[in-house]
Design a binder for this molecule. Structure first.
Ligand SMILES: Nc1ncnc2c1ncn2[C@@H]1O[C@H](COP(=O)(O)OP(=O)(O)O)[C@@H](O)[C@H]1O
Ligand SMILES: [Mg+2]
Length: 336
């Protein structure tokens, strides 16, 4: 589906803003702080049902009591989202149907490329986990559900661990859930990383025209089935009680990028590292298409102008079937 127009009302710094995408590529330029990322955020809201960077109450323009985004596809289909600050209620209007959440069938896939993604290879484990979790969640509903169930159980277990008189028995039901979803996450992450690895070197070489070998390594606390995982959680009880949080499991996973067999962070050049991230985005877009048969909308936030000509060309070529919405810093046109 192609977006034709987006209208924002009381959305962050925008009282009202309208973006018309006459062509499949739209360019938004403006100074820092002029509200460019907010426009991508509004588009993302309507396509995915929630923001990629904030909760709704922070999005409503300060001093206003609601925000509204209206998106119209070229097909004529229209989706409106409104959020009421005082009641905290959000409403989606799809055609003439009202719903509190964006129905799954009306969600449209997005590949979001943020400036910070360019630093992914050298990023902290938590940042890398977040990155892949978001990407995998969009690829698989089950992954997304399991991840939120895992995180919920983890929060509960950590909460209990902070109590003075917590016993092993108190944790048992949470341990069971952590083991079930933790093992599932390990398995899914392993499979998805394999899928990426199957393509990564080839796609990377098509961007950079060189012979490097790229691989992602999933690093986790061990190889465990559900019952071993459960036993391990029981084993670390004393330690966890002392430190006040859970010291074992899938929430500690890390991803390492290998550049010709050695850690890329430190051995690959800045350009090479960027090509790796770009390759990841291409693979993500392709995986989404294979899975959903929908061509994802690509949102490039301040990254295009950051890249050299070779990498810009690669982006244009690879995303030529996608609708691409680009922001860039510059005074060409004020969007605010
Ligand atoms: N809820 C809000 N109400 C009003 N202004 C906001 C709100 N949230 C953010 N802003 C303002 O929006 C601007 C940032 O918008 P952003 O889309 O990130 O800009 P850009 O991407 O062009 O740098 C900042 O000036 C910030 O103070
Ligand atoms: Mg921005």
């Amino acid at each position: 589906m192609i977006i034709k127009s987006v209208k924002l009302t009381n959305f962050r710094s925008h009282d009202f803003f309208e973006l018309n995408c006459w062509k499949e590529t739209a360019m938004i330029s403006g100074e820092n702080g002029s509200g460019k990322t907010s426009i991508l955020e509004a588009i993302f809201e309507v396509l995915r049902g929630k923001s990629f960077r904030a909760v709704d109450k922070d999005i409503v323009q300060r001093g206003k009591d609601f925000y509204r985004v209206e998106l119209v596809y070229v097909s004529g289909e229209k989706i409106v989202v409104t959020y009421d600050f005082s009641t905290g209620k959000k409403m989606f209007l799809v055609g003439d149907k009202k719903t509190a959440r964006l129905p799954k069938k009306n969600r449209y896939p997005v590949v979001l490329f943020e400036p910070d993604d360019l630093n992914l290879v050298g990023a902290s484990p938590s940042r890398k986990r977040e990155y892949f979790d978001r990407s995998f969640s969009q690829l698989s509903e089950t992954y997304s559900d399991s991840l939120s169930k895992y995180n919920k159980a983890l929060r509960q277990r950590n909460e209990l661990l902070k109590r003075e008189n917590v016993s092993r028995e108190d944790l048992f039901s949470w341990n069971v859930l952590l083991a079930r979803f933790g093992v599932f996450l390990w398995k899914s992450r392993g499979e998805l990383v394999e899928k990426i690895n199957d393509k990564l070197t080839g796609v990377y070489r098509s961007i950079a025209e060189n012979k490097d070998e790229i691989k992602i390594l999933l690093k986790k606390d061990g190889e465990f089935d559900e019952s071993m995982y459960l036993k391990e959680l029981e084993k670390v009880f004393k330690k966890d009680k002392m430190i006040g949080h859970t010291s074992f499991g899938a929430h500690r996973d890390n991803y390492e990028f290998l550049f010709n067999g050695v850690e890329a962070d430190g051995s690959a050049s800045r350009g090479e590292v960027r090509s790796i991230v770009i390759a990841l985005k291409f693979i993500e877009a392709d995986e989404i298409f294979q899975k959903t048969r929908k061509i994802p909308v690509v949102l490039l936030d301040d990254v295009f102008s950051e890249l050299d000509e070779m990498r810009q060309k690669a982006l244009v070529k690879n995303f030529k079937k996608n609708q691409v919405i680009i922001t860039s810093v510059g005074a060409v046109e004020d969007v605010g």
